[in-house]
Each structure stands twice: as C-alpha cells, then as structure tokens.
Design a protein around this ligand. Structure first.
Ligand code: FUL
Length: 624
C-alpha cells in the first residue's frame, strides 16, 4: 500500500514538472476571432436617408436626393473613434431602405443617383481611407432586407445581394467585419425573401478571408439577442447555430436567451457582439440630442458587454451635416477618460500569487499578473476546481474584479467565487458568478482587504487564466437605460377613459407593475386606449413605450385618432408603423406632419409581435 502511495505521489510530481501545454477544449476561436475579441470596443455609424427623414426604417421610396450631407467628413468620425479608444468602425453601407452609400452597380438607389456631390461621392471610399489614416479597422454593414430593390422577394435577389457584396468588399481594402442585419419587418402581406446565407458567406470569404461575419447566428460572431446593451451574466462564446438554423430572424423568448448566454456544449466558437446605440434610435435625430446616454450609462454598457465576455459595438450616428455631433463626441471622450482612469491602476499589481494546484512553474499563478497575453496559470488535466490566492501589496480598496481566461484553448470555467479576507482574518464571499471567457468584470461592493481569493468551483476542463485585476470605479452608476426627456412628453392631468383599469398607461412609468397589457378579442383585434388630456392641447404626436423589455408584446402598427369631446373623432393616421420596436423596445416618438389640437386621443394597436397581447408601458404626448 505504502509503495503504491509513494508511486502515485512520484507520478503526480513528475506530471507537475512536465509542463506540457494543455490541450484545447471544445470549440476554439480562429486566430482572427481572438484578434477580433481583443478589439473590445468598436464604433457603429448609422447614416443614410433615415438621417434626413427622421425615420428608423425607411421604406425605400425616398428620393435619392434626400441623402445630402452638407459637410461630410469621415476623418472627423475616425478622429473621434480613435480618441474614444475604439479599434474599428462599421458603417451602414446599405440599410433596409436599400440606399447604398457607395456607387453600388446592382442598384439605382445609391449615392451615384443622388444630388450629393453631383453623384460622385462615395462614403465607403472616404471612410475606409480615414480609418487607414487613423489606424482603425474598417467594417461594413449590409442589410439583406431591401425595401427598394425590385428583385427583392424573388430568387434573383440573392445574386443581386452577392454582387453587392463583391462590389463593397473588393474596393476598399481590408474589411475586419461583415455585418448582416437579421431584421425583416415586412408586414403580414409584405415581400418574403429566402436568403441564401451559404452564398452570402462564401462571397465574404472569397473577398475578405479574414473577415468576421456577424449575423444573428454567426459564423464569426453572433447577435447578443437584444439592443439594450446587455450580454448574459452567463456568457459562453460557444454556440450551436444549427439549433436555430432555420430561424435567423428575430424570434421571441428562448432564442434571445440562447443568443445572450451561448451554450457550454456549443459546437462552434461564435462569441456574442453587443450592438447598442448611444441615442434612443439608431439614426441621428435632432430631438434626441438631449437624450444621448450619460457617462455612467455608457460605463454600465461597458460592464454589461465587454465585462461579460462580449464585444461592445456602440452606435454613434452621424448627423445631416455628415459629422458626429459635439454632444456625442464629448460624451465619448468622457467615457474613454473614465475607462482609462478606472483601469490604469491594477490594485493587484505586485501581489504574491499562489494556486492550490498548478501544471508546473511555467503555469504558475503569477502568470495572471503579467501583461503578456499568452502566459497563463493552468491546472493539471482533469483538475476542475482550484483556489487562487493573491496576497496584495498592502491593504487595497476596490469594487471591480477582472478575470480573463486564455481563450485560444477554449472557454472552460463555469462557476467561481471571489473572497476577500477581513481584518480578523476571515474569508468572506464578495461575488459568485458563472462564466469568465475572454474578459469578465464583476461589480462588487467597495471592499478593503490585503488578500483576495478566486475559488473555481466548476470547469469543463482544467482552467487556464491569464488575467487578474482589481480596480476602483468611483463614478456613480444608475440603472436608467436612457435619460427621460420630459421636455418632449407630459403625462400631467391625463385620464384613461377606456379600457377600464388602464390608468397605468399614462402614469409616467413603464416597468412591470406600471404597464397595461391589452388582450385581443376573438377576431384578433386589440381594444383602443382612450385618453382625456384634461384640456385642449397642442401636440405633434404621441410617444409610445412598451412594457419593460417588450414583455406582453410591442405595438408594431397603430391608428391614432383625436377629438374635442371623446365622441367625435378625426383619424390622424391609420396603419403607421412603429419601426424596430421588437428588437429595441424603448420609447418611440411618433411625430405627425402638422401640429394637432385636441383634448382627446384614441390609440388603437393594429399589430403586435404577440398574437394575443400587446403592452402599453406608457403613452404620452410629443409637445415640441
Ligand atoms: C436592427 C435594424 O433593424 C436596426 O435599424 C439597426 O440597424 C440595428 C443595428 O439592427 O436589426
């Protein structure tokens, strides 16, 4: 017995000296995916006819002359992006309205047919040159959904689209990311296109072999499942697209959770990308200038994307001049300065690191504290639990804990705890979490201690960690998704007259307990919400907010009637669309062309993304 025990001990010792590299686990990233993940934050720019019309989804019937920026300067975009620390810019080369920002030979709805620069302008040329000048990577967004092209809805369109890909991907130098929008908001009678995704991807790779392809389900990276800037708290970069192969469109419920969280058993490496706008809408609108996200809100976005193993693609729309507005760019500078301040001092630097188990000296816990990406701490094969102790260089105060897994060999950790030692020498748990991935930043209460422990309680294979940091973020945070703009809306003195019990529709709040859920009748029709505004008022339209998170359904189409007395009604609009409300269930300002004058309004939802219900989180008036 004794001999066997000794033999086993010798074997363990020899194994620990062997220092053989751990073998990859599960699906692993390509070199291009690792480089992409290291970019961490990129800038999205929505720009096109919608910038000039104020719409979120143009219908493709807009005149090409509508697009006419007065002083386009893509170098200003690139300068702004660079100063904000973004590594690349992705531009909406063709949004759902079909208008192409480059002379796209497959379309007659492009810059070449517009009055802008006498049809000689090319935004992709100008932006790709500017990116090169400023050392930024250049990416292209193309919407397969095209509301202008006559071939859309027929087989011929797939070839039109691959020709457009060839044209946009072959002339402007390296493209780091091809962004395929998954939206298709055609109404029930709209045109339907069966997309040939295989061909789309082939054309991207033929032109740009290194490009990361974004679509709802990859193959390079996947949509995070919402436009609110939130990756899952559990966030795997592994994912199985086949599970949802037939459904690349927007699906409710589980699909979105699956996108946000990924899958520990996923067959492919398809990390999430978090696309979100700095303003309520994706396109620039003057009236949203006062609603640019606050600094603390941007930091929250950073923590809920980059801090959750995702990449932040922050949209900063250009205005009708063709410039990033000052308000947005100043906010970006504040954002970068804040990140630099928070993350410039790693309070774990100089700590003495110990591990309960290690693969050998080359894989010592101290490797987590150097700045070399490719050195890491690793446990022996088969070991899936471990404790890492960091004896800090003195007593430190922090509220952010950063960890990184060495993803080139796969994502592994599935549960862990962080502990801090108090003055009496007791260890207290300060955070419990699931995944780590490329980067995980935990928000913990401000903690003062001289030692921190990471206790890995579950891992798919031996854990490999290459980064550990403790930081202090002193900027106040709020949960408000966007600052409410009370200059635009007012709910004072409103009274809901029908349906009964729907007062919450005008109470100024739209969380679960302050929302109204309307049910369809047997014929599928929703009831109208009738509101007495208390007195005759002048207004430009209504603002609609669905219930928080779009729960209970989003109003996608509506009728608005107004009247003097609650009995006679004038129809202002019948069948107007609420664009992109399902993906981005936030307040929509629904303006009408002329000023309205009425004491009563009646809003009737005509279509919801759920068959049986539609939610009204809040209805208010647009007064300016
Ligand atoms: C969505 C689109 O419908 C929005 O307009 C926006 O472009 C966003 C990034 O993707 O699917």
């Amino acid at each position: 017995m004794k001999k066997t025990a000794l033999y086993a001990a010798v074997l363990t010792f020899l194994a620990s000296c062997a220092e053989d590299a751990p073998t990859p686990y599960g699906a692993v990233p390509s070199a291009a995916q690792v480089e992409w993940q290291k970019m961490e934050t990129n800038m999205f720019v929505h720009f096109g006819p919608n910038t000039f019309s104020g719409r979120e989804w143009g219908n493709g019937q807009e005149s090409t002359d509508l697009f006419n920026p007065t002083s386009l300067d893509c170098r200003q975009w690139a300068r702004t992006a660079k100063a904000a620390g973004f590594k690349g810019i992705i531009i909406t080369a063709k949004h759902h309205d079909g208008f192409s920002l480059w002379p796209n030979p497959t379309s007659t709805h492009t810059v070449a047919q517009s009055a802008w620069r006498n049809g000689k302008g090319d935004v992709l040329r100008e932006l790709s040159d500017a990116c090169r000048e400023y050392g930024l990577k250049f990416g292209i967004y193309l919407s397969p959904w095209d509301r202008n092209h006559p071939a859309y809805g027929t087989d011929a369109y797939n070839k039109v689209f691959t020709d457009a890909l060839d044209s946009s991907l072959s002339q402007y130098g390296p493209v780091f990311e091809q962004w395929f929008d998954g939206a298709c908001g055609e109404g029930p009678n709209g045109k339907r296109q069966v997309y040939d995704w295989e061909a789309f991807n082939e054309h991207v790779f033929a032109n740009q072999p290194q490009a990361i392809i974004f679509s709802n389900i990859g193959p390079g990276c996947r949509w995070v499942g919402n436009e609110a800037g939130k990756a899952g708290e559990t966030s795997w970069s592994t994912f199985t697209p086949e599970l949802h192969g037939a459904n690349r469109g927007v699906l409710p419920g589980d699909f979105e959770t699956y996108l946000g969280e990924g899958d520990p058993d996923g067959a492919c490496w398809i990390p999430s990308e978090t696309d979100v706008s700095i303003r309520p809408g994706w396109f620039w609108r003057e009236e949203e200038t006062s609603r640019v996200r606050s600094l603390s809100n941007l930091l929250d976005l950073y923590y809920s994307s980059v801090g959750r193993n995702s990449l932040l693609l922050l949209n900063v729309p250009a205005d009708t001049r063709g410039l990033i507005p000052a308000v947005d760019s100043i906010r970006l500078m504040e954002f970068r300065a804040a990140l630099d301040t928070i993350f410039s001092v790693n309070l774990a630097a100089g700590a003495k690191a110990e591990a309960s188990t290690t693969r050998g000296r080359k894989y010592a816990a101290s490797q987590m504290l150097d700045t070399d990406y490719d050195t890491c701490w690793a446990a022996l094969d088969g070991v899936t639990e471990a404790v890492l102790t960091f004896h800090l260089d003195g007593v430190k105060r922090f509220n952010r804990v950063l960890l990184q897994e060495y993803i080139p060999l796969g994502q592994r950790v599935k549960s862990f705890e962080v502990e801090a030692r108090d003055a009496a020498g007791n260890w207290n748990v300060i955070a419990t979490a699931t995944t780590i991935g490329y980067k995980r930043i935990l928000l913990v209460d401000e903690t003062q201690t001289d030692a921190v422990r990471i206790r890995i309680t579950g891992s798919l294979a031996c854990p490999l960690l290459n980064g550990f940091g403790l930081y202090l973020d002193r900027i106040m945070h709020s949960d408000e998704p966007t600052a409410a703009d009370d200059r635009l809306c007012m709910a004072d003195g409103f009274r809901v007259v029908a349906p009964q019990g729907a007062e919450a529709a005008v109470d100024g709040l739209w969380d679960e307990s302050h929302s109204v859920i309307l049910s369809a009748d047997k014929t599928g029709r929703f009831p109208s919400v009738t509101v007495d505004l208390g007195r005759e008022r002048e207004f430009l339209g209504i603002a609609y907010t669905p219930a928080e998170g779009g729960r209970g359904g989003c109003m996608m189409e509506y009728r608005l009637e107004v009247g003097p007395d609650g009995e006679s009604w004038t129809t202002v609009t019948d069948g107007a669309q609420v664009d992109n409300i399902v993906n981005n269930p936030t307040m929509r300002i629904l303006r009408h062309k002329s000023m309205l004058n009425a004491r009563w309004i009646r809003v009737t939802p005509l279509r919801s993304n759920l068959a049986e219900t539609v939610s009204v989180g809040e209805l208010s008036l647009v007064v300016k």
